[in-house]
Ligand binder design. Structure first.
Ligand code: ZN
Length: 671
């Protein structure tokens, strides 16, 4: 492990952040290395003097605040807490979590600062100026052993003192401080089955010790054999991850209201690298994967154990369903064994191991799924190295329960997503710009994960980056292209729940004169492409078995034809029939189909003077055409159409309907 300290960079941080400069600098260095710190799995502090409101200098502990990522931490992420009131707590025999949090918040210099880390008291009770804490992968491989203490003594010698496993909080802080007092001169502490603390008079010293001590662990592990798991016999041609993901999403969905078609759904994040494959393909997977977490705070992200899936062939659905039912029953029994008045969390796995394929992280959002998958990969690294030198052991089931149901750990997850479309995946076609881009943004704002498909792949990627979604190139008139784009969206998010089939373009011509080629081109894009996309989406929705929502951009033309616009209107009329047919054919599967009739929206659809021509065809100026002629006298914007799509996605009992977004036009009202 390389020591990345640079005097130049450290100096620049001091110039930017003053007396917290070095603290910010090494926190970021530690946070940027996933072998040390992963998703909130570490913290740092510094003890300095600061002025309070009266201008008096007080001793404070600036310690990582919850919700901050160490890799990108700023001074605001290191809230200052008065040090003496924290230290005074060490005299107590016990302290409730509520009282601990209360004292920490009461002594913040800034009342609006985030909650200091759950390990704040440990930092406060130790005397050192700079303290670094990580859950270093290499250290965990050595402490998570039946003979972990003896191995640590061999690796770290007298330079580090050992603290037995205790759940984070007041009791651990006291125990760690007692151990440190009994071993003056050590460079840090090894917290068995948890992680490592190093300390020093300067940021340079604490950081340098962290790197040096973790390097010792790495050298020790490198001396042993590389772990190769003996592979199980697996199907030669398993189904692909994007094929089984929708099945798993469906199985893990939790009905919310007793059958009205609403579900708590999970997003899935797939990983299939070599290290993951070696682990999940192992013949002994059942043994080593179910031992427990590698460090306690992983349990809130991954639960204590993963779901092990059957091989992805044959009657996978049936066997996966049975495996999940066993997992749920085991979780409920585990809760019942330890329940002392807590509310049970949902029993669904957060990590699903797929022998022959890889693993899926699961979470209520794409971000949570990614975190679960990252942590699962990290746990695999720890367990593989631990098994190479000995045998991996975890904390006890009771200790895992204590952490999983600790209110301060659950607080790290926040209250969970509350947006209306959280956990749902929406695929939008023609999404790089105009109505499609506005619609993708509107769905993302409602909490949906969005995949943006567009003929212009680069533009789709750019718009997706802006919104926070997945951008994909897709020619919707090519059924093969559609299939592969939907597969990629499923591979990325685990499935799809909402389709907004929006891509389209306008062709003009008088019916008696227009060429068949023009009409056929328009039918390819404005009818058959919608059918290809809907067909591919419905296949995924049926695999999930949790209903779905098909939305089509129909336009006004089929309801109130304008002159010389037949080439555009005819396929759109067929599109409305298509929407109704999907509503009829798949209503029994909980799949709804609806359309938006938007009119006179100024989008890229009207290229090359077509807007002027359409206005002229109606005997209007462009301004009147866009706004002046509707009942509300308001120009309809792309955001209004996007809102129409969102409204239909939320209208859980509506199917086969056309929602008009045109500012009011009685002549175009469906009749
Ligand atoms: Zn920790």
């Amino acid at each position: 492990m390389d020591d990345l300290w640079s005097d130049t960079d450290a100096g620049a941080m001091v110039a930017a952040y003053g007396d917290l400069g070095h603290r910010v600098y090494t926190s970021r260095l530690l946070g940027a290395d996933p072998a040390l710190v992963l998703h909130g799995g570490g913290n740092t502090s510094v003890k300095i003097r600061k002025s309070d409101t009266l201008g008096d200098e007080v001793d404070v502990l600036c310690v990582k605040g919850s919700g901050w990522d160490m890799a990108s931490i700023e001074p605001a992420g290191l809230p200052a807490v008065r040090l003496e009131p924290l230290r005074a707590l060490r005299a107590l025999d016990r302290l409730s979590d509520e009282d601990m949090v209360n004292v920490q918040r009461l002594n913040l210099l800034d009342s609006t600062a985030p909650n200091p880390s759950v390990e704040t008291l440990l930092h406060a009770f130790l005397p050192h100026s700079y303290i670094d804490h990580t859950h270093a992968t290499a250290v965990l491989s050595i402490t998570d052993q039946p003979d972990g203490p003896a191995r640590c003594a061999e690796v770290f010698g007298e330079t580090m003192a050992l603290v037995p496993y205790i759940m984070p909080g007041f009791a651990l802080a006291k125990a760690a401080a007692d151990v440190a007092d009994a071993h003056p001169g050590v460079e840090g502490l090894i917290l068995l089955k948890h992680g490592i603390f190093t300390f020093g008079d300067t940021a340079r010293e604490a950081y340098g010790r962290m790197i040096a001590q973790v390097s010792r662990a790495e050298v020790y592990l490198a001396r042993g054999p590389r772990k190769t798991f003996k592979s199980a016999a697996l199907p030669a041609k398993p189904r692909s991850p994007h094929h089984i993901a929708p099945i798993l999403r469906g199985l893990t969905s939790l009905p919310l209201d007793g059958g009205a078609g609403l579900y708590k759904r999970f997003i899935l994040d797939f990983r299939g690298g070599d290290a993951v494959r070696a682990y999940v393909d192992g013949a002994e997977l059942e043994r080593y994967a179910k031992i427990g977490v590698v460090t306690p705070d992983h349990t809130i992200r991954t639960k204590n154990t993963p779901l092990i899936l059957p091989p992805a062939d044959g009657d996978f659905e049936v066997r996966a369903k049975a495996a999940l039912a066993d997992y749920v029953a085991d979780y409920q029994a585990y809760f019942a064994r330890h329940d002392s008045g807590q509310t049970a969390l949902d029993p669904m796995p957060r990590v699903l191991l797929a022998p022959g394929l890889g693993l899926f992280g699961a979470g209520p959002t794409a971000k949570a799924a990614r975190i679960a998958a990252d942590i699962a990969e990290n746990a695999i690294a720890v367990i593989a190295d631990a098994e190479a030198i000995g045998s991996f052991v975890s904390i006890t089931e009771a200790e895992m329960f204590e952490v999983e149901y600790w209110s301060l750990e659950q607080a790290k997850l926040g209250r969970g997503p509350s947006a209306a479309l959280a956990g749902q995946v929406a695929v939008i076609t023609g999404a790089a710009r105009g109505i499609g881009a506005a619609t993708a943004r509107a769905f993302a704002e409602q909490g949906a994960e969005v995949a943006l498909l567009d003929l212009d792949g680069d533009a789709a990627v750019e718009t997706a980056r802006d919104i926070g979604g997945l951008g994909l190139a897709c020619d919707v008139t090519d059924a093969g292209d559609v299939k592969s784009a939907i597969d990629r969206a499923c591979g990325h998010f685990g499935g799809l729940d909402i389709l907004v089939s929006n891509a389209g373009a306008a062709w003009q011509g008088r019916m008696g004169e227009v060429g068949d080629d023009v009409l056929r081109r328009s039918f390819e894009l404005n009818f058959f492409a919608h059918q290809s996309v809907a067909k591919a989406a419905v296949a995924v929705m049926l695999a999930q078995g949790t209903g779905g929502c098909l939305l089509f951009n129909a336009s006004k033309q089929p309801l109130n034809p304008g002159p010389d616009f037949g080439p555009y209107g005819l396929p759109k009329a067929a599109l409305i029939a298509l929407m109704r047919q999907y509503a009829v054919d798949y209503g029994g599967d909980g799949i709804r189909a609806n359309a938006v009739n938007a009119d006179r929206v100024n989008t890229g659809l009207y290229g090359d003077g077509m807007l002027e021509e359409r206005a002229q065809a109606r005997g209007l100026t462009v301004a009147d055409y866009l706004a002046g002629s509707n009942l509300l006298k308001r120009e309809v914007k792309v955001e209004d159409v996007a809102q129409g799509f969102v409204s239909l996605a939320l209208a859980n009992k509506t199917s086969g309907a056309i929602l008009t977004v045109d500012g009011g036009n009685i002549a175009a009202a469906p009749r």
